[in-house]
Design a protein around this ligand. Structure first.
Ligand code: HEM
Length: 382
């Protein structure tokens, strides 16, 4: 081993190699990684590509789900048939049958009464596409998993993680149906509780997939100290909470009222936030309170992102961790600005989708940041 390829002392439980650059200072390292064989590196690259492709499809599912919700299409398929449901109506008679089932639910009676078959088909295709993509991603996880597992390309430590992701995916399918079911008998829309859980679970799955993928990446900088790692983890948690709160806003259509900023109902803290009993129910069912909490928590996430910048500037100056913290704060700022425009314009489809899509950009970057502060997984056998 040349003196430009030196094994450095252990950082946490991992040992790292520095190869390249003229300084032992990690901040100037041109390459900083663990000692992996060419085969291990190649396997990690393949698994990473697979996980990234899953991520792309997951993001597409969330976006199509958002469009499904915003076009009022989410209740157009009134049954859950995981296998049979793949085939859409194929002829006029089958379309009439499907339409007939939709006519039985309160949403048709109270909101879409008199809708034409063509209009029904429009809302049907959104929901069908959402369900199809969800089934497809199930295969995209399961089939390559079998291949990587049995070809010995999957490190042992990744196996329980991938099984966990598969289980979360199955659970998410069930939550999706549980959500749709809430809008079929009495309500004309789905429960905001279930919608928010469905959205948050999707984001937890995205977090898990991307976290594992980035754990297999090569890093040019050494892992950060523990407190920087922890702060990065808290930021991911805060963004997930904010996404959950956004789901409640969307589910209650709370973005269609109080369309002013920075004041809400003429005040920074509007009155009537806790008029329902018991008080905590307002946090979930009072549109005013739900929107207020989403706004306030957005400011909290922004402050946390700024604290992260200052903390990294002090504890990891001129490192990639610091540079990422700046980008992350910028992304949160842009997301808050998009949220404000969405609110002021009373949630047009484009801005609603942009706000939802950019939330995923923030989340994914936040997860990348968190994983990078910890560095790659230590190599293990298959
Ligand atoms: C860190 C910042 C923020 C994040 C991560 C975030 C995230 C989200 C998410 C995930 C949704 C649900 C979207 C959907 O399911 O369609 C949402 C909804 C919403 N957010 Fe935000 N948000 C942020 C800041 C803001 C701010 C500052 C405002 C306005 C003051 C705002 C206003 C709204 C509105 C009006 C909706 C409802 C949109 C709809 O009905 O489709 N958000 N937010």
């Amino acid at each position: 081993m040349s003196d430009r390829n030196v094994i450095l002392p252990k950082i946490g439980s991992q040992s790292y190699v520095f190869d390249g650059g003229s300084s032992m200072d990690s901040n100037h390292a041109s390459s900083w990684h663990q000692r992996l064989t060419a085969k291990q590196l190649n396997n990690r690259r393949l698994v990473r590509i697979w996980l990234y492709s899953i991520l792309v499809v997951l993001i597409a599912i969330v976006m199509v789900g958002g469009a499904t919700r915003m076009t009022g299409s989410g209740l157009s398929i009134t049954e859950w048939k995981p296998i049979h449901g793949v085939i859409p109506p194929l002829n006029h008679l089958e379309w009439l049958e499907e339409f007939e089932k939709y006519k039985q639910i309160p949403q048709y009676e109270q909101i879409n009464h008199g809708m034409s078959l063509g209009e029904f088909q429009y809302i049907f295709w959104w929901e069908w596409a959402h369900r199809m993509l969800a089934r497809f991603v199930g295969f995209l996880v399961a089939l390559p998993l079998i291949y990587f597992w049995f070809s010995g390309r999957l490190e042992r430590q990744l196996k329980p993680k991938m099984i966990g992701i598969l289980v979360l995916g199955g659970l998410q399918g069930a939550i999706g149906w549980w959500m749709v079911a809430s809008g079929l008998s009495v309500l004309t829309h789905v429960s905001q509780y279930r919608l928010a859980i469905h959205l948050t679970m999707a984001c937890i799955i995205i977090t898990a997939v991307f976290y594992v993928a980035r754990g297999l990446a090569n890093y040019t900088d050494k892992p950060a100290i523990r407190s920087v790692q922890k702060l990065a983890g808290w930021l991911v948690f805060a963004v997930l909470v904010q996404i959950y709160l956004g789901g409640l806003v969307a589910g209650l259509h709370a973005g269609l009222t109080y369309n002013s900023w920075p004041l809400m109902d003429g005040a920074v803290v509007p009155s009537g936030l806790f008029i329902q009993n018991p008080w905590w129910i307002n946090l979930f069912e009072n549109p005013k309170t739900v929107q207020f909490v989403h706004r306030m928590f957005a400011y909290t996430v922004l402050i946390l992102a700024l604290v992260n910048v200052f903390y990294c500037a002090r504890n990891a100056p001129s490192s990639t961790h610091y540079r990422r913290s700046v980008v992350l704060a910028g992304l949160v700022f842009i997301q808050a600005a998009i949220g404000i425009v969405t609110l002021l314009l009373m949630v047009p489809l484009f801005w609603g989708l942009l706000h939802q899509g950019f939330a995923l950009v923030v989340l994914v970057f936040c997860v990348a940041n968190w994983r990078a502060t910890k560095g790659a997984y230590q190599a293990s056998n298959s």
